[in-house]
Design a protein around this ligand. Structure first.
Ligand SMILES: [Fe+2]
Ligand SMILES: [Fe+2]
Length: 148
């Protein structure tokens, strides 16, 4: 049985973003049993690498959708994404360097993502994403001219 099952109440009103969330949940479900066992690091690393890829694509798409839909708190949401990405990247790098995966941090990541983020933060933008009169929020550029 999976640690977490995707349910309709996790839907954020977008098939694409729901699909990303399902892929992230699949990765977290694959990771969960590896925390308990003496799983080979290569196996944990393979899941973490996949998770990093999904997360990069998902965060970027979700941020674009929030901006397009006029979600006013997209910057704060993006900061949460940046912090989560940093955790994934540092855990993956630790494993690559041959350090034993920190099971407690991995587990924390699973809880934070599923309970706090998808069910909490992500659901806040639903009314904007599903509104037929959505207006994009102002763009701002980094000092190097790139859009964030
Ligand atoms: Fe998000
Ligand atoms: Fe999300």
């Amino acid at each position: 049985m999976n640690f977490v099952e995707w349910t309709a109440e996790m839907s954020v009103g977008s098939d694409t973003l729901d699909g990303h969330h399902k892929m992230i949940i699949d990765c977290l479900n694959a990771l969960h049993p590896l925390l308990e066992s003496d799983a080979p690091d290569a196996k944990v690393l393979a899941v973490m690498a996949k998770l990093e890829d999904f997360v990069l694509v998902h965060f970027s798409d979700e941020e674009q959708d929030m901006k397009r839909a006029g979600y006013p708190d997209w910057r704060a949401h993006k900061e949460l994404h940046d912090r989560m990405y940093d955790v994934v990247f540092s855990l993956k790098s630790d494993i690559e360097r041959g350090e034993k995966p920190d099971a407690r941090r991995l587990f924390q990541l699973i809880q934070d993502w599923l309970v706090t983020h998808i069910l909490g933060e992500d659901r806040k933008y639903i009314p904007y994403l599903t509104s037929p009169t959505a207006k994009p929020v102002g763009q701002w550029k980094r000092s190097n001219g790139r859009e964030c």
